[in-house]
Ligand binder design. Structure first.
Ligand code: AMP
Length: 433
């Protein structure tokens, strides 16, 4: 592989993990991240010791990103977040002859339109919740009533991860339908909605790297969406993750792959959807087998942090294979050591929170073996690193077993301090029960 100049788009813990893993490859000679964060700016390339450079361009500023990629002869752009994908960044880079990793706008609809995804799952027999799609509030209400009011009301479009309303009775369902379709709480994202029956069970994340024809399934992971211990509190972007989970045995895992990925690939071929990137189905393990709650079309955050600390392949080679349709020849290899990521967040997150709090203890935590502190919302202020977002750090550790990995992650968390730091104390606890 020729030396490569790589641009990563995004600024969270996911992007820090991507940059960290890409930087270990011998292939890149320059690596930029737009806009990046303070931790990303500290990474160095294994090939030549060059520092990763953060570029002050927003992840949704498509024209500026494209100009940057062209002017700097970027050989590969790697897209982290969902928004630029939904805006069509892959299509516009490709039109200008720029190589870019991620699904095109049509393929990204698996995440950007829940109505599209639900209909696709039904058409191609992918196991999912019983559901209906609606634009008319009265029809939506009738369907919710048929479910006894116990349902998930989902705005069709991207709504900053807030467009899913869990309802347990008719009053809540009608309020949710009203909020989405009538009061337009999510703007245009709510011009239509999906109503799913409520499913009960253990929730896990699956990821598969795809190249248009082939999908390579990763091991399982589990995210922790709620802000507080015991899955209480508000929904967040994710407060921690671990991989693997003990909830799917080898044969159940193979079955999940067969029942979900095979029809998904068949459906993509039939519909002319050319999906290059990560397909990330959110799964409920029900008494009637695994069911897909939703599809995402990018890496999960914080799943990426635990996956990439386990992946043994060269990430540059893996992503190039995904872009070029060459995944059939690639075998993904995973370190057996479980990995645990504990997110440290700002006080108040996921609601409003303060920024600019100095973070102490990072240098000490960096000395720990088998620990990596990924930065999410951090910035440099003078020679200090300060908080700059809701999720601040993803403290990640790996070890021979899940219990030790968890202990190591929390030992590192205890070394790091910033005013108002909040984190869950039960990350990976379900996996140890
Ligand atoms: P989604 O963005 O569709 O994954 O929904 C966000 C969260 O809502 C999921 O992680 C689940 O915890 C919950 N959820 C979504 N759909 C359902 C469903 N049909 N039944 C139960 N919980 C759900």
């Amino acid at each position: 592989m020729a030396p490569m100049r790589i641009l990563v788009i995004g600024s969270g813990g996911r992007e820090h993990a991507l940059v960290w893993k890409l930087a270990q490859s011998p292939h890149p000679t320059s690596l930029w991240c737009a806009p990046g964060n303070a931790g990303i700016a500290q990474e160095r390339l294994a090939s030549n010791g060059a520092q990763v450079q953060c570029v002050n361009l927003g992840a949704e500023d498509l024209p500026a990103l494209q100009t940057f990629a062209r002017d700097n002869q970027v050989d590969l752009t790697v897209v982290g977040p969902d928004n630029p994908l939904a805006l069509g960044i892959v299509d516009s880079f490709r039109r200008h002859g720029l190589r870019i990793w991620g699904p095109n706008q049509q393929a990204a609809r698996f995440e950007s339109s829940k109505v599209f995804s639900q209909r696709f799952m039904e058409k191609y027999g992918i196991p999912t919740a019983r559901a209906g799609t609606f634009t008319d509030p009265a029809a939506a209400s009738r369907f919710a009533a048929a479910l006894g009011g116990r349902c998930a009301v989902k705005a069709d479009g991207l709504a900053l991860g807030k467009g899913v309303l869990i309802c347990r009775d008719m009053a809540q369902a009608d309020q949710a339908i009203d909020e989405v379709l009538v009061r337009k709480a999510f703007g245009a994202a709510g011009s239509s909605l999906v109503i799913q029956e409520l499913l009960a069970g253990m929730e896990i994340s699956l990821h598969a790297l795809c190249d248009g024809r082939t999908a390579k399934l990763f091991p399982t992971a589990q995210d922790h969406k709620r802000a507080l211990d015991g899955d209480a509190g508000l929904n967040t972007g994710g407060m921690g993750a671990y991989s693997p989970t003990p909830f799917l045995g080898e044969s159940e895992f193979a079955e999940a792959s067969r029942k979900i990925l095979d029809p998904w690939l068949r459906g993509c071929a039939a519909e002319g959807i050319d999906f290059h990137g990560i397909l990330y189905p959110g799964i409920m393990l029900t008494n009637h087998g695994p069911k897909v709650l939703e599809f995402n079309a990018r890496f999960g955050d914080p799943e990426t942090q635990v996956y990439l600390t386990r992946l043994e392949n060269d990430l540059v080679e893996s992503l190039v294979a995904s872009v070029e349709g060459a995944l059939g020849r690639l075998e993904l290899k995973w370190n057996a050591a479980p990995s645990v990521c504990v997110v440290m967040a700002s006080a108040g997150y996921p609601c409003s929170y303060a920024k600019g709090k100095p973070i102490r203890g990072l240098a000490d935590a960096a000395q720990l073996p088998d620990v990596k502190v990924f930065h999410a919302g951090t910035a440099k202020a003078g020679d200090q690193i300060v908080t700059a977002g809701g999720r601040v750090l993803g403290v990640t550790a790996w070890a021979n077993d899940l219990r030790r990995a968890r202990q190591a992650a929390y030992a590192a968390v205890e070394m790091i301090r910033f005013e108002g730091a909040q984190f869950r104390r039960d990350i990976a606890a379900k996996g140890l029960r």
